[in-house]
Design a protein around this ligand. Sequence first.
Ligand code: ATP
Length: 355
Amino acid sequence: MDKSVAVIPGDDSSPEAIEPVVELLQEILPSVTWTYPRIDGNASSGQATTLADKGKAQIDNADATLFGSTSGRSSLALRYLRWGKETFANVRPCKYIAGCRSPLRRPEGIDFVIVRENLEDLYVGIEGNLDELALLDRVGRTGGRHPSEYGDGNYALKVISEKGTRRVARFACELALKRNGKRTVTCVTKRNMLPKSDGLFHSVANEVVGQCEGLTFESFIVDDFACRLIREPQRFDVVLMPNLYGDILSDAAGGLLGSLGLAASGCYGDNYAYFEPAHGTAPDIAGTNTINPTATLLSATMMLEYLGHRRTAEKLEHCVEEVYAAGHPLTPDQGGIASTTTFVNAVRHRYFAGS
Ligand code: ATP
């Protein structure tokens, strides 16, 4: 029996990219079942709202989820897909496609992947009032003032766990071994300012990479890395980062390629994965049918590979590349005048012409 995929189209412009891509995938792989989980919530303890059981079951019963970007209700599903399914590794490839409008003079050869830890860091969602930190001297601090000296204000908690770092570092190593790349894992932290949290991330990553024969470990402080990302992006292979830096710098990586609309992403756990474009919901162009569907198409190719349809994934990716190589039809973010559906149709045409 073939696989099943849950589809959550997302908000604003996002469904305008997801829908034509799903239609194309249905034609390419008619044996796959597509379900649309019901997204509504249960108010449980306090103010917390969680995805209702029906939506969870629909996601659980699928082999993977294709997720559009969200700014609203679908974030209930996103929370479940991340913390509920423990999808700890967010993989964001950054590969230059010939014909894309990169701001760089020589973008050729850019081909690296950011592996961002997906569940920890500042995204654990624990914030509070500085008063709550009155006892902080007992747990120690590595710099700055005592929280009481700042006056009124709030804090956010950054969590880096050994287990969480170890599993994402292993994932990065497996990816580096699988890729035909430079066999290097680059670890990016701010361990000079955050020796306990980022220091732990760095040392665990160093240890894990050190145990993998054939891999080289290198590391940069995040600000230095940001500069190198612009100056010498071709030198990177697999770049491992805690959650926040990965979130920010993968958008920068999308900018290197020429548009957020080109940046794909997949989030993997031990037993589940979901796939989503790295960009947001592009609310400013909602309703215009001009959102660039490339990020969604390339996220879908990652999903096809995860589902065991590697050849189909490669063929679909190749068709996307062919449209850029031809130079048309392209969406406005890439200097063209084509609509989203025209672009997807061009990919469809190439896919079936070549079969
Ligand atoms: P969100 O809060 O959902 O992240 P945002 O507006 O802050 O939304 P994005 O949705 O990523 O962030 O959009 C940033 C800019 O990039 C917008 O001008 C948007 O139109 C553009 N953009 C993002 N994705 C695409 C895309 N796929 N195609 C074309 N333009 C895009």
